[in-house]
Design a protein around this ligand. Structure first.
Ligand code: FAD
Length: 404
């Protein structure tokens, strides 16, 4: 059995950034990251791969190359959390002991929740930018589509990057419009929710793009079943009825939930998410446990942008617990969703808890801009690899709230 000061569960965006941040703050900490995958993926780029703006290869880097020096990598999957024994159990039966635990396992794409989806994803014109390896298939199918019916779906919340289902729609329509095909393509957006976006300020501009592309938005319409070979999809309607729709192209955003290993653990809340205080990111029952990223119960937009702001808060509070001090760092719910309304323009939706707007720039936040497209395609990936995953936080506004 190995024992560490800090064990970080998951080496995705939040896990790697947290390891780097802790390492910078205290080089004496013995830290392990538990992550099964050899390859790390910059998921926000998957939307761009679906439009041929980036390649999948550009989104991938070896996990080993991202782990900070001096941090142990345990290449395994966690099969159980045993917080009363201060340990996690690995899939090979080993236990890893910790003084403090950071849970950063992300979320689960619940593909099995939709009948027939697993069998047909990646075939029969059925795709999803949410599935890393299929974002290239989206681009292939978008280019092949000349006429017929294209459907884009959005499941009930919460999902990661809530704007991504409609980003796929806008970028596909933009391509079809530029190639004079859009008049022959019937586009429907089936959204299980009640409106285009959870923050009212961004709704009018998104509705104007739906109109510009001649798409139809159906609210309260939730995908429940797909027959790929017959190219048919069924949607549960909010009035209790079911609607059958034929398609030529189907972009699915699968329903999303907490990973089973978290849901089945004493660390979960009723909905299965890792139950932390939304401000301090400390577990509500186990003070030596913190969580951040998509797995956390915090009601923010589940984005890499949120992770960027959560990391220094979780790191400072974790170190405060070690030193028996009060937790002073606080997360305000910041998240950002760069809505790619057309190739070359982005509406940068930045907001915190309760939908409070938190624009980083003194510009009208609901206006599509070329500058934000440049940020989405060039600046944000650079920031992710070179600042966020490296634990370089000097440029973050969170310093203003009394943090180092
Ligand atoms: P992840 O990065 O998913 O990492 C979780 C890690 O845990 C993975 O490496 C996984 O292998 C590991 N893991 C899982 N189970 C186990 C286990 N049992 N044991 C050990 N390890 C395990 N964010 C933005 O900010 N802007 C965007 O424009 C944007 N667009 C997006 C578009 C798409 C299509 C998608 C899919 C996501 C997008 N996001 C965007 C969201 C962003 O990618 C996530 O919010 C972010 O990656 C969350 O980080 P995380 O570390 O919580 O989860």
């Amino acid at each position: 059995t190995q024992e560490y000061h800090v064990v970080i569960a998951g080496g995705g965006a939040a896990g790697i950034a947290m390891a780097a941040s802790l390492r910078h703050r205290d080089a004496g900490l013995r830290i392990a990251v538990i992550e099964p995958n050899e390859t790390h993926v910059y998921q926000p780029g998957q939307t761009l791969v679906g439009r041929g703006v980036m390649t999948l290869a550009q989104l991938k880097r070896p996990t080993r190359s991202l782990l900070p020096k001096g941090v142990d990598w345990i290449q395994a999957s966690i099969s159980a959390f045993e917080p009363d024994a201060r340990q996690v159990r690995l899939d090979d039966g080993r236990a890893v002991l910790y003084e403090q635990l950071v849970v950063a396992l992300g979320l689960k794409l619940n593909i099995d929740a939709i009948e027939g989806l697993g069998e047909t994803l990646g075939k029969n014109g059925v795709t999803s930018n949410y599935v890393t390896e299929l974002s290239g298939y989206t681009w292939e199918q978008v280019q092949l589509m000349n006429s017929g019916k294209a459907i884009f779906t959005q499941p009930p919340m919460p999902i990661k990057c809530a704007g991504a289902p409609q980003k796929a729609l806008y970028l596909s329509c933009d391509f079809w419009k530029k190639h004079a095909r859009l008049n022959n393509i019937d586009v429907e957006f089936h959204n299980a929710g009640p409106g285009m976006f959870g923050v009212a300020d961004f709704v009018p501009v998104l509705e104007s793009y739906i109109k510009r592309y001649g798409a139809r938005a159906q609210f309260g319409s939730n995908l429940v079943r797909v027959d790929g070979p017959k190219r048919k999809a069924w949607f549960a309607q909010s009035d209790g009825t079911e609607r059958e729709v034929s398609f030529d192209f189907l972009h699915v955003t699968p329903p999303q939930c907490a990973p089973d290993v978290v849901r089945d653990s004493p660390l979960a809340n009723e909905a299965g998410w890792l139950e932390v205080d939304p401000t301090t990111l400390q577990h509500v029952r186990y003070p030596n446990v913190f969580a951040l990223g998509d797995v956390a119960s915090t009601p923010n937009a589940k984005t890499a942008a949120a992770v960027r702001k959560q990391v220094p808060v979780a790191a400072l509070n974790l170190l405060a617990v070690r030193e028996g001090q009060a937790l002073e760092a606080g997360y305000d719910g910041y998240g950002a969703c760069p809505l790619t309304v057309e190739a070359g323009k982005v509406v940068l939706a930045e907001f915190g808890y309760g939908g409070k707007l938190q624009p980083s720039f003194p510009l009208n936040p609901s206006k599509p801009r070329g500058l934000y497209w440049w940020m989405k395609t060039t600046l944000f990936p650079w920031v992710y690899w070179n600042l966020m995953l490296k634990g370089r936080e000097w440029w973050l506004k969170t310093r203003a709230s009394g943090q180092s």
